[in-house]
Ligand binder design. Structure first.
Ligand code: ADP
Ligand code: MG
Length: 328
């Protein structure tokens, strides 16, 4: 029996993941009805993943569902807010049971992982397009914005950069790196297929960071948004960019390849790590957050009054022409 729209909602999207706090009405009515704590502000973000633009038919479907949630959680994380509720608008060419059950499995895993509730959505027929809208909450005045970086701030990034960019190239069979082990390849592919945002870390940056952004289009491009919004500039050391030790080991015998890898790690997108600036006086607080969360945080440069971004590698000023992913 073919599935209709209501069967799909009932079988694959109802009663999955946490039921969530503050959900007065979830899936089933015209709107979700959510109770926000009176002392909190609402933080909202929407993103979509479109077939043949953001992914292709060879990407594991469960991972795709997980990623759709992660990319939205990442935005909420960058504001220092707590992700709470999500809606999902799904466009599908046909009601394929296997696809839907894999998608539902990955979605459930993400809802559990981030402890968020799926409170509504929509289904329509068309090329695969997955839109996730994330709603989160933050204490009034505490959201971390892009436009508050100060000259003299240190610039930090979480995790390792470039993993997803290498993963994408592996997926496309466009990476020729003989030194990579099977474990490395699996890790790089997973970084692109199934990124994990770090909202707990983001919430701990409230009162510590001055400005923050999540890295979706590449560090150079995303950090520039902070700098422009804050009317400041920056200096970066490319060799300080955190590269996974195993990737570094596979590249270090070839200095040219290593430099290109560092360049890719600041221009390639979809890391979903956080880039933030903080006063030098907060350096120990940043270190404590890294230890508490178990996520490496590395200082990669400094905010300066002089506008523009100056990226150095072994004392030479680089001219990075790729400024990250642009849709138009
Ligand atoms: P309406 O026609 O009022 O928009 P729908 O028939 O589209 O309602 O959806 C019925 C209910 O199922 C609504 O509560 C809606 O939020 C929910 N819903 C629809 N699609 C999804 C989905 N993909 N995931 C979660 N909930 C969904
Ligand atoms: Mg609808």
């Amino acid at each position: 029996m073919p599935l209709n729209e209501f069967d799909i909602i009932k079988n694959y999207f109802t009663d999955i993941g946490p039921s969530g706090s503050g959900v007065l009405i979830g899936i089933g009515d015209d709107c979700a009805l959510l109770q926000l704590d009176p002392s909190q502000q609402l933080v909202v973000s929407v993103d979509n993943l479109l077939i043949d633009r953001h992914f292709d038919a060879n990407v594991p479907v469960a991972d795709l569902a997980f990623k759709a949630v992660s990319v939205s959680v990442s935005d909420i994380a960058s504001m220092g807010a707590k992700p709470r509720w999500v809606t999902l608008s799904l466009s599908l060419p046909k009601a394929d049971k296997q696809w839907l059950s894999e998608f539902s499995r990955g979605l459930t895993e993400a809802l559990d992982y981030y402890d968020i509730a799926l409170v509504g959505g929509n289904i329509t027929q068309g090329p695969i397009n997955i839109a996730t809208q994330l709603l989160g909450s933050v204490e009034p005045g505490k959201a971390i914005r892009r436009d508050r970086a100060q000259a003299g701030d240190l610039i930090f990034v979480t995790g390792y950069l470039g993993e997803a960019a290498f993963g994408l190239r592996l997926h496309q069979n466009a990476l020729d790196l003989p030194g990579l082990s099977d474990d490395d390849k699996a890790r790089l592919l997973a970084a692109w297929y199934k990124p994990r945002a770090c909202p707990d870390l983001g919430q701990r940056l409230v009162d510590v960071a001055n400005a923050c952004i999540d890295i979706s289009d590449g560090l150079v491009s995303d950090l520039q948004h902070i700098l422009s919004a804050s009317n400041v500039g920056a200096r970066l050391q490319l060799s300080d960019i955190p590269m996974h030790p195993s990737l570094h080991a596979a590249l270090q015998h070839d200095p040219e390849q290593l430099q290109r890898a560092f360049e890719l790690s600041v221009t390639g997108g979809e890391d979903y790590q956080l880039c933030f600036t903080a006063a030098a006086a907060n350096k120990d607080a940043v270190q404590a957050i890294s230890e508490f969360t178990g996520i490496p945080i590395r200082c990669i440069g400094m905010v300066e009054e002089q506008r523009g971004m100056r990226v150095f590698y072994e004392n030479a000023l680089l001219n990075l022409n790729n400024e990250g992913y642009r849709h138009f």
